[in-house]
Design a protein around this ligand. Structure first.
Ligand code: P6P
Length: 334
């Protein structure tokens, strides 16, 4: 008889890892899990109901047409965090400014900050390709009752209390870390619970998959061009040529590389000197997870988790994955 361990049971069990924990982080993770199940329900039937297409003429902070599911996912996560009462401030890709929740009464004593990309890769929804949610959790610096300041939500990735992603794919999984390893849970729709399916996830120290949008090849720094050529050379000893796999949905590319080994690269270009991916709710949480799984995450110049953020929606170049593959990319860059 296989024993099922639900996300809720696991969170409570692991609460013992934090001697001073009073359950707030456990409840916060539970709230995120609830919103994930609601978003999953809509993502899974996106083709069936009028929830595709853009949300009227509303655009997000980057001038991109917000798809209805982007807006829906944003609303669901913020609503779950507000009603859960453990989060005092949410920074979302879909919101130009952060959302203060302490005015919502029950959250006035909340001590956690959440940075979230509610539905990353949403342009893939209409073609039925996996999309994801990425979240990062910090402890507020200011005292309960004080106003939320930039110091609360512009913290380095090293200060994350927890981070995770949900991948809405052939199955829906929630993968998260609290700094004591990485664990993956698969949603069992028949009981509506995320069940532990991938305990203590570790990324292979090397691999044979490189993930990069080679359509941008001519704009890449020379070191990245040289690395791509390196991946394509014949060399039995290092299992080259590698396989190129790029979905265009960060959570899906990262999840595959976490399981099989590989390196995901979104470098800077002349047009995008800081790359495309956002630090606070894409690269920091993913880097925390990958480092906790034994991998590496660099901008090409420095460790992503050590970056001191200056803006909520700032972008950073990203080289994330199996340690030996990231090191090889850094060799070509430096
Ligand atoms: P490109 C999706 O829009 C996203 O933010 C990530 O999920 C993904 O890795 C990247 O952008 C894809 O960008 O420029 O290759 O289409």
């Amino acid at each position: 008889m296989i024993s099922i361990k639900t996300l809720g049971q696991f969170i409570i069990e692991k609460q013992a890892d934090f001697p001073y924990a009073k359950g707030e982080l456990s409840r916060l993770l539970r709230d995120i899990g609830i919103a994930a199940k609601i978003v999953n329900r809509e993502v899974n039937k996106a083709g069936l109901v009028d929830i595709l297409g853009t949300n009227g003429d509303s655009i997000n902070v980057f001038g991109e047409n917000q798809k209805k599911l982007d807006v829906y996912a944003d609303e669901q996560f913020i609503s779950a965090l507000k009603s859960g009462g453990e989060c005092c401030f949410v920074a979302s890709e879909e919101q130009e400014e952060g959302v203060v929740l302490t005015d919502a009464g029950i959250s006035k004593n909340a001590k956690y900050i959440v940075c979230i990309d509610p539905l990353d890769g949403s342009s893939n929804i209409e073609v039925n390709v996996s999309v994801g949610t990425i979240f990062s959790i910090y402890r507020r610096k200011s005292a309960v009752g004080e106003d939320i300041t930039e110091d609360d939500y512009l913290q380095t990735g090293l200060e994350q209390v927890a981070a995770g992603y949900i991948i809405y794919g052939s199955s829906t999984m929630l993968v998260y870390t609290t700094g004591k390893g990485v664990n993956g849970f698969t949603l069992d729709p028949s009981i509506g619970e995320f069940c532990l399916s991938h305990p203590n996830m570790k990324i292979p120290e090397t691999g044979k998959i490189y993930s990069i949008n080679e359509g941008n090849y001519i704009k890449f720094p020379q070191g990245i061009k040289n690395y791509i050529k390196y991946c394509q050379e014949e060399d039995k000893e290092t299992y080259r040529p590698y396989t190129s796999r790029y979905i265009g949905s960060m959570v899906a590319d990262i999840h595959r590389n976490l399981l099989m080994g590989g390196v995901f690269i979104y470098p800077q270009t002349a047009a995008q000197p800081n790359g495309k991916l956002r630090l606070m709710y894409e690269c920091n949480p993913i880097s925390f997870i990958i480092e906790q799984a034994g991998g590496k995450a660099s901008t090409g110049g420095e460790r992503i988790l050590e970056l001191k953020p200056t803006e909520l929606h700032q972008r950073v170049p990203a080289i994330i994955g199996s340690t030996k593959m990231v090191d090889k990319v850094l060799e070509f860059l430096n």
